[in-house]
Write a new protein. Structure first.
Length: 378
């Protein structure tokens, strides 16, 4: 589907969602997005924070609220069709499998899980119960990133040879889950996944060898996870992708693909809101293109709901999530061993294309957070 097409809604039927995990991203990006999705409805909230449940249910007119202990009750209630999982990474597998076993469709944030085995268990549970599983790669529907794929694959920059990306920010709150090992924090899991996934969809291919190093200057906030990491991914046809990610540097979000005739730079590349820009340089001349803000979470909900309504398999599937987790685990293994790690047998996935562009209006407001803080500590 492209931006000029509307998502089908089967006679105005809406898919009813519960959101579990009411941290900053769920509150700031996800909850307001339901108002911009014509085939999706927010009907339940799940949290152990009574204040969040009280204030957010009132704000969004949600009738059904549950604690984590009442999760199974929510799944069996008959009130919901799908669950959006915005929990810390280490909980993704458990809560996905419990939903699948109750025949509830699952939209799960990335990274999909902590290990390859967990990813495979999630895929099996969803397949075994005939429910849809989509991993929340919002950029697989976003116009600027999909247009970048089209530019790179069109031959305008010649043969694409090099991908390079920098994605950095200051994560100042020492208690933030991104800075805790037990919750699946760390730069590669949390933001490196955007870079490696972009390399895969821009090259439309899978890496077979990786190398990574980490750096940490010893600040207390980085006691459990690396401050920053740099990775190199080797792709077929002798193409290289590199990226550097950090939780201790100024905010930068960019990638560049260099071909034999020119290059494309996208900056900013990965944010969930605001304008994204292309800088296409061919024979020394640069063309700039600005992509207007769009509702990335609303697009995601609309797309997944349409997959449920039309019985279609979502493109950012469980296998897509598994592939990234395999690469992430290989990168951390490389850091530990200090040598390149081969990744045998990565099955090539169905990569996104402009045909699945979904464009929705951006969120109408920047909501006040309830008992949650931005990872940047602002």
């Amino acid at each position: 589907m492209n931006s000029s097409q509307s998502v089908s809604n089967q006679g105005d039927r809406k898919i009813r969602y519960a959101v579990i995990g009411l941290g900053w991203f769920a509150q700031e990006a996800a909850l307001p997005a339901f108002a911009q999705s014509e085939n999706s409805e927010l009907v339940a909230l799940i949290s152990d924070d009574a204040t969040k449940l009280q204030e957010l249910s009132k704000k969004y007119n949600v009738q059904h609220t549950y604690s984590y202990d009442e999760y199974d009750e929510c799944l069996a209630s008959g009130h919901i069709d799908a669950i959006y999982i915005a929990l810390p990474n280490h909980l993704h597998c458990e809560y996905t499998m419990r939903a699948a076993n109750q025949a509830i469709h699952v939209l799960c944030e990335k990274p999909m899980a902590m290990t390859e085995d967990e990813c495979e268990d999630m895929i099996y549970a969803c397949n075994n119960n005939s429910v849809k599983l989509m991993i929340a790669y919002r950029l697989h529907l976003e116009p600027a990133n999909l247009a970048a794929i089209e530019v790179v694959q069109s031959g305008k920059i010649g043969e694409p040879r090099i991908f390079n990306s920098v994605f950095t920010q200051q994560v100042k709150d020492e208690g933030n889950i991104r800075l805790r090992d037990v919750t699946g924090g760390g730069t590669i899991d949390d933001i490196g996944i955007y870079c490696l996934n972009a390399a895969r969809y821009l090259f439309q291919d899978e890496p077979y060898e990786v190398f990574a190093i980490a750096a940490n200057k010893g600040e207390q906030r980085f006691a459990e996870v690396e401050e920053m990491a740099t990775a190199i991914l080797r792709f077929p046809n002798e193409r290289l992708a590199t990226f550097t990610v950090s939780f201790g540097a100024a905010s930068v979000s960019t990638y560049q693909v260099v071909g034999t005739k020119g290059d494309l730079r996208v900056e900013p590349a990965y944010p969930w809101q605001g304008e994204l820009k292309h800088f296409l340089t061919i024979e020394g001349e640069t063309q700039e293109k600005t992509f207007s803000p769009s509702g990335q979470l609303a697009a995601e909900f609309s797309y997944f709901s349409d997959c449920i309504l039309q019985n279609k398999d979502p493109e950012p599937s469980g296998m897509e999530g598994l592939t990234d987790v395999r690469i992430i685990r290989a990168l951390y293994e490389s850091i530990e061993q200090g040598k390149p790690i081969k990744i045998p047998g990565l099955d090539e996935q169905q990569h996104p294309s402009t045909e699945q562009t979904v464009q929705r209006p951006p969120n109408a407001e920047q909501p006040d957070l309830v008992n949650a803080t931005s990872p940047k500590g602002t």
